[in-house]
Design a protein around this ligand. Structure first.
Ligand code: FMN
Length: 208
């Protein structure tokens, strides 16, 4: 498939058939993720592929329990919002595979100059708009496009991170790493129409 075709065809897939995704295909998606640009080529990522349904269901439960704890109110308008939040955060409930992406702390060249500056590491990271997280975004897009190219559907997921601590324990993420985002992958049950996007005129401007 041509790259532009994959870009145009990609849309978030949230409903999957039962068909398992072969490990080699998941490895190929992660290989493509690892080709992404990263700040100073730091490649501050790890990709943890989960196909074990018991673990995936335990993740769903951890997210639901956390949402109940964080938002205990179930009356009125909030009840409906909570239902929406619950389903947005657990759409991987029927996914045959989920890829969790963890980041390791990134030390920029400028970090080495902090001792003689009034800036902290966090100030610097904020000024630079979190280059490690930006790098991970690039790797996730590669997974999404590789999935389309290989005949799969995928959905980028951050909603479940409300239960980050619980998920890090479940997935045995090492202390120096932090879960940053997830991607659900599988064969789509159908091909939803790509979402409407802003027109080029709305998003393009030129500084000459
Ligand atoms: C950083 C990020 C986090 C997202 N988290 C979720 C999520 O938790 N659950 C979900 O159903 N979709 C999630 N999405 C998918 C977006 O809702 C989706 O990309 C958006 O509605 C546009 O639709 P499209 O991907 O089909 O173009 C996320 C997307 C991004 C980029």
């Amino acid at each position: 498939m041509e790259l532009k075709q994959a870009i145009e065809k990609r849309t978030s897939i949230r409903k999957f058939t039962d068909e398992p995704v072969p490990i080699d295909d998941l490895k190929e998606m992660v290989r493509c993720a690892g080709m992404a640009p990263s700040v100073n080529n730091s490649q501050p990522w790890k990709f943890i592929v989960i196909t074990n349904q018991n673990i995936l269901q335990a993740m769903v439960r951890a997210v639901q329990i956390k949402i109940d704890t964080l938002f205990p109110n179930t009356a009125g308008k909030e009840a409906a919002l909570k239902t929406t939040l619950n389903s947005y955060s657990t759409i991987f409930v029927n996914a045959p595979a989920v890829i969790a992406i963890a980041a390791s702390p990134y030390e920029a060249v400028a970090d080495k100059l902090l001792a003689s500056s009034f800036l902290t590491h966090d100030d610097l990271n904020d000024l630079r708009s979190y280059p490690d997280i930006q790098s991970i975004g690039a790797s996730v897009q590669n997974i999404l496009l590789a999935a389309v190219d290989m005949g799969y559907g995928a959905c980028w997921l951050s909603g479940l991170l409300v239960a980050r601590e619980e998920l890090e324990k479940l997935l045995k993420i090492e202390d120096s790493w932090k879960l940053v985002t997830f991607v659900a992958v599988g064969k789509p049950t159908g091909q939803p129409k790509p979402k409407d996007k802003k027109s080029l005129d709305e998003i393009f401007s030129l500084v000459e």
